[in-house]
Design a protein around this ligand. Structure first.
Ligand code: FAD
Ligand code: NAP
Length: 337
C-alpha cells in the first residue's frame, strides 16, 4: 500500500481545489484494506474524487480505493457481474457493451469508481444504479468485519442510500454485484436521447447507439473536469410537496416539475439557479457553469472555501426567490472535521 504524505488533493479530486491531506494511502489489496480500517483512526474513503469538495486541508488518513477486477459471477439471460470498488465506472459500462450486456448504457460517461456508485445511487437519463444492482460487499471501519448488503438493505432513493444516512462513514465498499441483461429494455425517452437517434436516422437503436447518444449529449453540455474543475451537479434537485409546488407555481407559472413519490414533485435545481440569475456568473475563481447552472466550477486556483462561499450565496438567493432550500449533492470534506 503506497503512502503519500502531504498529498495534493488537487490531483485526486475533479474539483481540483487547492488542499492537502496529511496521509493518503493507495489501496490495491483487499487484505491491506482490512488491516488499514482496523488500525487507522477515522479514515476517509476516496474513489475518483468526482463528488467531493475539500474545504481546507484535511488532517485525516485517506484511503483511496484502487482495487481492480471484473468477474462474471453467474451467467445466463441476466448474468451477475462482480466489480471491484476501484474499477472506473465508465470502463465497466464499456466492458458491459463489449459483452453486449445491457442495463447501464444510459449511465455512460459518469465519472468515478464502482465503489462510490451505490453511495448516491448514481443516476442519469432516467436510469439509476438501483435498476441493475444485486448486492455489494463492504468492510466495517474499526472492526474489519465483512458484510454483504442486498438491494433492499441499501435503501436506495433519489441520489441517496443507507450509506449516506444510517451507516454513514461506517463501511468501505469493496465490490459491487450488478445484474445485466441480454434481452435489452432500452430507455430513450429521457432528455435529448431520442432526438440524437432521430438525427442519426436510427429507428431500431442498440445499447451501443444509446450509449453513444448519451456520451455525445454529455460532452456537449458538461464541463470536462480535465479542462475545468467541477464535481457535476453541485446541488440535488429539490423534492417538494405537491401543495408547496402549486403555491410556488402560482407566483412562477413557468416553474418546471417532474413527478416524484406520491404527493411530491421534483423541481430542477438548475432552473431555479438560472432564474435567480447565477448562470455563467463568477465569484473570484469559483463560477456557475455557463451551459448548466447546476454545475459549479473552479476557474483555476480556487480553494474549497471559495466554491462553498459561492454555493452559500446561491442557496440563499434561491431561498429568497422561491422559498426552496437547495442542499448539496457533493460531499463536503471539511478540514475542521
Ligand atoms: P468520490 O468522489 O471519491 O466519493 C464520493 C463519496 O463516496 C464520498 O463520500 C466518499 O467517501 C464515498 N466513497 C467513495 N468510494 C467509496 C467506497 N469504496 N466505499 C465507501 N465510500 C466510498 N453523478 C450521478 O449520479 N449522475 C451523473 O450523471 C453524474 N455526472 C457527473 C458528471 C461530472 C462531470 C462529474 C464531475 C460528476 C458527476 N456525477 C454524477 C457525480 C459523481 O461522478 C458520482 O457521484 C460518482 O459516483 C462519484 O464517484 P467517485 O469514485 O469519484 O467518488
Ligand atoms: P436535463 O436533461 O437538462 O434536465 C434537467 C433536470 O430535469 C434534470 O436534473 C432531471 O432530473 C430533470 N428531468 C429532465 N427530464 C426529466 C424527465 N423526463 N423525468 C424526470 N426528470 C427529468 O439535465 P442535464 O443536466 O442535461 O443532465 C442529464 C442527466 O444526467 C440527468 O439525469 C442528470 O441527473 C444527469 N447528470 C447528473 C450529474 C450529477 O452530478 N449528479 C451531472 C450531470 C448530469 P434528474 O437529475 O433526476 O435526472
Amino acid at each position: 500500500m503506497e503512502l503519500i504524505n502531504n498529498a495534493p488533493l488537487k490531483a485526486f479530486t475533479t474539483f481540483g481545489v487547492e488542499a492537502t491531506c496529511d496521509h493518503l494511502y493507495r489501496v490495491e489489496d483487499y487484505d491491506e484494506l482490512k488491516l488499514a480500517v482496523q488500525y487507522l483512526e477515522r479514515p476517509l474513503i476516496l474513489g475518483g474524487g468526482s463528488n467531493i469538495l475539500p474545504i481546507g486541508d484535511i488532517h485525516r488518513n485517506i484511503l483511496r480505493m484502487e482495487m481492480k477486477g471484473i468477474y462474471i459471477l453467474e451467467d445466463g439471460d441476466q448474468p451477475i457481474i462482480g466489480v471491484a470498488a476501484g474499477e472506473v465506472w465508465h470502463d465497466f459500462v464499456m466492458w458491459a457493451l463489449q459483452h453486449d450486456l445491457g442495463g447501464v448504457e444510459n449511465l455512460s460517461l459518469i465519472p468515478g469508481t464502482m465503489g462510490a456508485a451505490p453511495m448516491q445511487n448514481i443516476g442519469a437519463y432516467g436510469v439509476e444504479l438501483e435498476s441493475v444492482f444485486h448486492s455489494l460487499q463492504a468492510v466495517e471501519i474499526g472492526t474489519g468485519n465483512v458484510r454483504v448488503f442486498f438491494k433492499e438493505e441499501c435503501r436506495f432513493g433519489y441520489r441517496d442510500s443507507i450509506f449516506k444516512k444510517e451507516v454513514k462513514d461506517r463501511y468501505v465498499i469493496t465490490g459491487v454485484n450488478v445484474r445485466l441483461t441480454r434481452d435489452h429494455q432500452l430507455n430513450t425517452t429521457y432528455g435529448a436521447i431520442q432526438d440524437v437517434l432521430n438525427v442519426k436516422g436510427i429507428s431500431h437503436p442498440t445499447i451501443h447507439d444509446v450509449s453513444e447518444a448519451v456520451i455525445a449529449i454529455r460532452q456537449s453540455k458538461l464541463p470536462d473536469p480535465k479542462m475545468i474543475g467541477n464535481a457535476g451537479s453541485f446541488f440535488k434537485n429539490p423534492v417538494i410537496t405537491a401543495d408547496q409546488y402549486t403555491l410556488i407555481k402560482s407566483a412562477h407559472p413557468e416553474l418546471p416539475g417532474y413527478p416524484a413519490e406520491e404527493g411530491f414533485v421534483k423541481v430542477p435545481a438548475g432552473w431555479l439557479i438560472e432564474q435567480a440569475g447565477w448562470k455563467g456568473k463568477r465569484k473570484g475563481n469559483a463560477g456557475c457553469y455557463e451551459k448548466q447552472a447546476l454545475v459549479l466550477v473552479n476557474h483555476g486556483g480556487a480553494r474549497g472555501e471559495e466554491i462553498w462561499s459561492l454555493a452559500l450565496d446561491i442557496i440563499s438567493s434561491v431561498k429568497e426567490k422561491f422559498h426552496i432550500e437547495l442542499s448539496p449533492e457533493v460531499n463536503l470534506w471539511n478540514g475542521e472535521l
